[in-house]
Design a protein around this ligand. Structure first.
Ligand code: NCD
Length: 314
């Protein structure tokens, strides 16, 4: 790919805050661009100068392995200048507010900010404080748009198209930003989504956003083409929403026997996997699981997003 091509200048967005603001056409365009970046990643030297002269800050207020590494690698593969900030070990520990931290970063002439924060709306807030492009890498239980984009890309890669695909998302629906972004994206792309989990972890919005609700794992596995398991988010459990991890696994964990009983569905998980809780270890390692493809695709999706948004860097 050459330095800057016409397509990113025409992209109508400066920020990626959530898939609520993106149309089916926008999503389709990102997924299409991802093909090209995946091809670049498979070259002997997987580097391009597209973001040369662009400075990106990765602002991480919450723990992350995959998302953080993936953004950083995507930025570096594209030649950006990259600065990493993590709340642990920073002046946040000395009581500095998000606004002050952001304004200081703004004063350093940054072009793009990738933010992960425990508060819903943190990425939106950032757009009001500084004049940069903002990408939401997860804001509390609200949205995680690049995760949903990489999930959709992985499904499209496996099944050819998203239209008519039956996707089950299983687990801690209430605390999951991944599920919210996926319902928004998948329904816009014509897929059918069913969320499945304990009643105590089922938010009202699932219905409002157009997902089917199920409380029965077996029934859901029989129905779906894709079973995406979600991590039980122990760090976001204010009150005990299920009696024990063992009981959760009994009722909602995908087990080896399910693979025999329902021989068609593909297994996905955004990671990190609690082995033996949402997936039996053999299920996570089974050839029907595309969990590592999701990670590879995540890098290409983030390159596509950075590329498209960089058309609006002033
Ligand atoms: C997810 C997240 O942080 O929202 N993980 C990820 O980004 N790969 C899901 C999770 O933490 O369970």
């Amino acid at each position: 790919m050459t330095d800057k091509e016409a397509t990113n200048v025409d992209f109508g967005h400066r920020h990626l805050l959530g898939l609520a603001d993106y149309s089916a056409e926008d999503i389709g365009h990102i997924l299409q661009q991802t093909d090209r970046f995946l091809e670049i990643l498979n070259r002997p030297i997987p580097k391009i100068p597209t973001l040369r002269d662009v400075t990106v800050v990765n602002l991480f207020y919450e723990d992350s392995t995959r998302t953080r590494l993936s953004f950083e690698l995507a930025e570096k593969r594209m030649g950006a200048d990259v600065v990493n900030f993590s709340a642990k070990g920073s002046s946040v520990g000395k009581g500095e507010s998000l606004k002050d931290t952001i304004q200081n970063i703004g004063a350093m002439k940054i072009d793009m900010v990738v933010i992960r924060h425990q508060s819903p709306g943190a990425a939106h807030y950032l757009t009001r404080c500084i004049n940069t492009s903002v990408i939401n890498a997860g804001d509390g239980p609200h949205e995680h748009p690049t995760q949903a984009l990489l999930d959709m890309y992985s499904m499209k890669q496996k099944f050819g198209e998203l239209k008519g695909l039956k996707v089950a998302i299983i687990g801690d629906i209430l605390h999951s930003r991944v599920v919210r972004s996926n319902i928004l994206g998948l329904t816009k792309m014509g897929a059918e989504v069913t969320v499945c989990g304990p009643k105590s972890m089922m938010p009202l919005y699932a219905d409002e956003l157009g997902a089917n609700i199920s409380y029965r794992l077996e029934e859901t596995l029989e129905w779906c083409d894709v079973a995406m398991a979600l991590r039980i988010q122990l760090e976001r459990q204010e009150q005990g929403l299920f009696p024990s991890v063992r009981e959760y696994h009994e009722r909602f964990g995908i087990k080896k026997r399910h693979l025999k009983e329902f021989p068609h569905f593909t297994i996905m998980h955004p990671g990190p996997v609690n082995r033996g809780v949402e997936l039996e270890s053999e299920v996570a390692d089974n050839s029907r699981a595309i969990i590592l493809d999701q990670v590879t695709n995540g890098l290409a999706v983030r390159m596509a997003v950075l590329y498209l948004l960089s058309g609006r860097v002033q």
